[in-house]
Design a protein around this ligand. Structure first.
Ligand code: VGL
Ligand code: ZN
Length: 243
């Protein structure tokens, strides 16, 4: 006889818990959309012919970042674009070392260097930005990797971790505090740019679906781990409030 009310009470409690759980989840979810402000900059890394199908170092799915970045651009008042911009016979090219093949490594004065196919040579069509990338409001194009004897994955500093590109100073003088990194490739130029942006004191987000990776011997998983350890936030383009 006492069983009936007790069972009803339990059912009611369970139902109430579920409803209040959902009710609570909704406002938190909505509040997490990020609205870029005047102190935010979108950095578009190396969306160049060389890293897209038909180029010299194509990244799988590289072209897929283009519409995602074009859409994101509408949400940002400050946009910086980078270009990998190597000399002919660059130190990062396997062809510069007799007997070496692309994707092998060598030791250079600043550490281990992955050797790449010849790519993004200054002034070539291969080094041009993808023609479908539409960033009419971008304010700066910064080129990197132009010293013959040194690579520069990062848009902030070259591979010796000493030579600055000037991007950190530019962003600071423009009052930028937060950077949102997109482009190619997630595990090389995007990751190094994001980590060096942290080092320079910026709040840093990588917009994952606006990047694609080379993923050489587990480099993608390693890069995400290193970025997380340095406080880089991993988000999706849907987390950014649309324009
Ligand atoms: C890149 C390898 C060599 C990049 C540039 O943009 O991620 N990767 N050069
Ligand atoms: Zn390069």
């Amino acid at each position: 006889m006492h069983d009936i009310p007790r069972r009803t009470l339990l059912k009611a409690t369970a139902a109430f818990g579920l409803v209040s759980g959902l009710g609570l989840a909704m406002p938190i979810f909505a509040a997490t959309k990020i609205k870029p402000d005047g102190k935010s900059a979108l950095i578009v890394v190396d969306v160049q012919n060389c890293f897209i199908d038909g180029g010299t170092l194509p990244v799988k799915g590289g072209a897929e970042v283009v519409p995602v970045i074009n859409k994101l651009a509408g949400s940002f008042g400050n946009i910086v674009v980078t270009q990998d911009w190597h000399t002919p016979g660059h130190a990062s090219f396997a062809s510069s070392y007799p007997g070496k093949k692309p994707f092998e490594t060598t030791r250079l004065s600043y550490g281990t260097q992955v050797l790449w196919p010849d790519h993004c040579v200054q002034g070539t069509d291969d080094a041009a930005l993808d023609k479908d990338l539409k960033l009419p409001t971008a304010q700066l194009i910064i080129r990197k990797g132009f010293h013959k004897d040194m690579d520069s994955y990062s848009a902030f500093e070259e591979a010796d971790h000493k030579t600055a590109t000037g991007l950190g100073g530019y962003l600071k003088q423009r009052g930028i505090k937060k950077v949102f990194v997109t482009g190619l490739a997630t595990d090389f130029c995007v990751a190094w740019t994001a980590m060096d942006a942290r080092k320079a004191g910026f709040e840093v987000y990588v917009i994952e679906d606006a990047t694609r990776a080379i993923d050489l011997n587990g480099s993608l998983a390693a890069a995400w781990k290193q970025m997380a350890a340095k406080g880089v936030k991993r988000i999706q383009s849907a987390d950014i409030e649309s324009a």
